[in-house]
Write a protein that binds this ligand. Sequence first.
Ligand code: HEM
Length: 396
Amino acid sequence: MAVDYDPFSEEAMRDPHPIYRELRAEGCPHFVENRRAWALTLYDDLKKASLNAKWLDYNHGQTPAQLMLGEPTPHTFMTMNAPDHRKWRGLLEPFYAAAAVDREVPRLKAIVDTELEALRGRETFDAYHEFANQVMCINAGYNLGVPRAQAIHARNLIDRMILNRVPGQVGASTPDSQQAAGELMGLLAEHVQRMRADPEAGGPHGRVLRDAEVDGKRLTDEDLLFYLFSLLVVGSETTPMAVAGTFYYLAKHPGQKAKVLADHGLLKDAFRETCRYDQPTNMLARRAATDFELNGAHVKQGDNLLFIYASANRDDRRFADPDSYDITRENDGDLSFGIGSHFCLGAYLAQTAASLMLNAVFDAVEDYEVVDEACERAYGEHLNGFIRMAIRPRWK
Ligand code: HEM
């Protein structure tokens, strides 16, 4: 019997992995009738579809809520098809290349050290909100010319809009998320006006977007607003979740934590394994640009396609013993950062920043524990992982 799956069901939004296991056992993409959506849960299916650009139409949105609930879709390169996608993404790509990110390490490290210094000596702290999320939003703000305090304020508004869901909530529909959205848009619209008035405003990435011409045209104020919003979101959300998860899963596997405490060089592997095991971007979505056949599925043009990265990363056809957390596993192909033309722009930054954050904490402590009752996971169809991670450090 076919599995009963709805990405917006209470069960799937709380902990989707048991359902993903059942869906993978079906051995092919699964059609979710009431959402007119194909759930791609197998590693090979997701990879094949990602690399087949002609099949995919990104124009209608990127998140499940945009495609299936009709939530507004910010117009940025993330929701563009080729050739526009290439042109717009290309403007920012130089900033995210490995060499460019490496040049930013001293600045990033200074942010990490300042934020950790403020926590040093505390009996417990929230490694998500008070540390990793803070570091990433300050960095994303710097890139767009948004000062520290305002970046943190914007980040809190984004959390209220997207992350702080109440159980049973479908989409970002509560009065509080709407109110936060209004406030955030007002704040970013003022920032766009500052960028227009002052050639120096906008930070290194914002200035490039403001001054760019693509096909002879400049970005409108609305375009800039969407870019600021989207880059603040993607630049500060998932990396902290995976950093928080790394603290958590190491604490739950004391043998592996002991190895890492003895050799901080293993933190990179631990972070990467956390991304595989507890993939923060649970799923992203697009539409079928044409009719096609994929592993027995007869996809029709206009059908929604759910790229369920969190499931592909646990596919036992690809990963041995996928439900176990193992920082020593040979991991040369997880789909944590996607694959194909929309591969994560910030993949190298995420890994570099995570490594700096984790190393800073591991350097500062003899050991740490996780305070389970003060941890919380995101609830929803889009993002997975911890959004509160209380740790009790034994400071050096
Ligand atoms: C652990 C951290 C992160 C994970 C797991 C992650 C994961 C992903 C995944 C799976 C995609 C593919 C999206 C798709 O299928 O449409 C993606 C796209 C993207 N990511 Fe990340 N990401 C992370 C951190 C970051 C950071 C720090 C940035 C900073 C700018 C970033 C920027 C982007 C952008 C702009 C895209 C869209 C690329 C495009 O559409 O061309 N990500 N990310």
